[in-house]
Write a protein that binds this ligand. Structure first.
Ligand code: UT7
Length: 331
């Protein structure tokens, strides 16, 4: 019997309306539009208003998904949410999304993998479809990075934005291949370079943790950058080689949007022309778990993604976490 494959049958992204431009940031910290564009490639990011949380962005993304690819939400039997900015420590964002959407009979959980959050949530969802146990899986990436960004730290606040995206996973038909393969790896030695030290069981929230700015993103950008460039190349090459392919076989490369230079360095290493590479960091910044579904939406809007295309997805993030997924676009 042939393997049961999972395929993506719809995607939608959502960003909150409020904009934070480089011109705004020039008034807040010692930076320039020129520096940000040249070193990172971001012009503007979208920020959630106070009181708008990761589950709210996720719900909006799912509503857009249903509008674009109509299906009965009540048939969803699994919700997997990648996020590092859950509404609360618990309940899970998956539970909050389930409740807000009123999906009566489903299962779900959150995945914490930093900027690889969507990719890891996708990996999990795919396995549940491939096992035959679940047939309609919502995979969501949602982050409200502004909730943990220090807007006096110029090396961090210029990078991050808020956003979410959702895909629907369903079993592929006989002979269809959908998600082809995935590789992923964690290397905890990288935890020291990108983390939020406050608010967990190690440093529960207190006046002292707030005074010491422990509830903000702590990032050693240089080390994260070096690792990301090396690891994204390694993971993409690994998944391609495992399947007897090279960068030349890829029709569309959708990478986590952390820094334009990380994406173009990977594409160059794989020998991929830039017209096959999706880059929307200029508009959205780094939305952590939101970037990949938002970039899938951009790829569709820009007509760079069509049925039958070989698509390569990759991410590297806090943890360190990394991964690459190879798939055939199904619609
Ligand atoms: O998805 C995972 C999340 N994070 C990432 O992927 C981040 C990966 N890292 C990066 O993207 C880059 O390392 C940054 C964008 C964070 C920084 O860019 P860089 O080219 O690595 O800059 P740098 O840290 O080497 O700093 C170079 C200079 C420094 O000044 P000095 O010491 O040379 O005088 C910084 O203080 O640039 C300065 N700098 C800035 N200047 C203007 C740092 N941030 C800014 C800024 N505006 N916003």
């Amino acid at each position: 019997m042939s393997r049961l494959a999972a395929k993506i049958t719809g995607v939608a992204g959502y960003v909150p309306p409020r904009l934070l431009t480089n011109a705004d940031l020039e008034k807040m910290v010692d930076t320039t539009d020129e520096w940000i564009m040249e070193r990172v490639g971001i012009r503007e990011r979208h920020l959630a208003d106070k009181g708008v949380a990761a589950s709210d962005l996720a719900v909006e993304a799912v509503k857009k998904l249903v509008a674009a690819h109509p299906f009965d939400l009540q048939t969803v039997d699994l919700i997997v949410v990648g996020t590092v900015t859950p509404d609360m420590m618990y309940p899970s964002t998956a539970c909050l999304v389930q409740h807000k959407l009123g999906i009566a009979n489903t299962w779900g959980f959150d995945v914490s993998a930093g900027c690889s959050g969507f990719l890891y949530a996708l990996n999990a969802g795919v396995k549940f479809v491939e096992s035959g146990q679940y047939k309609k899986v919502l995979v969501i990436g949602s982050d409200v990075n502004s909730s943990m960004t220090d807007y006096t730290d110029r090396a961090v606040c210029i990078i991050f934005g808020d956003g979410a995206g959702a895909v629907l996973l369903e079993p592929a038909g006989e002979g269809e291949d959908g998600i082809i393969d995935q590789v992923a790896q964690i290397e905890g030695v990288g935890g020291q370079f990108l983390y939020m030290p406050g608010g967990g069981s190690l440093n529960p929230a207190s006046h002292a943790t707030v005074d010491q700015k422990m509830h903000y993103i702590h990032q050693d950008g240089k080390n994260v950058f070096k690792y990301a460039v090396k690891k994204m190349a390694e993971m993409t090459e690994r998944v391609l080689a495992k399947n007897g392919l090279t960068g030349k076989d890829v029709d569309c490369f959708i990478a986590h949007q952390a820094n334009r230079r990380i994406i173009t360095a990977t594409a160059e290493r794989l020998g991929m022309p830039l017209d096959k590479v999706i880059i929307n960091i200029e508009q959205y910044g780094n939305t952590t778990a939101g970037t990949i579904p938002l970039a899938m939406q951009t790829a569709l809007e820009e007509k760079k993604l069509k049925k039958g295309d070989i698509v390569l997805i990759a991410a590297v993030g806090a943890g360190f976490t990394s991964g690459a997924t190879l798939l055939r676009w199904a619609y």
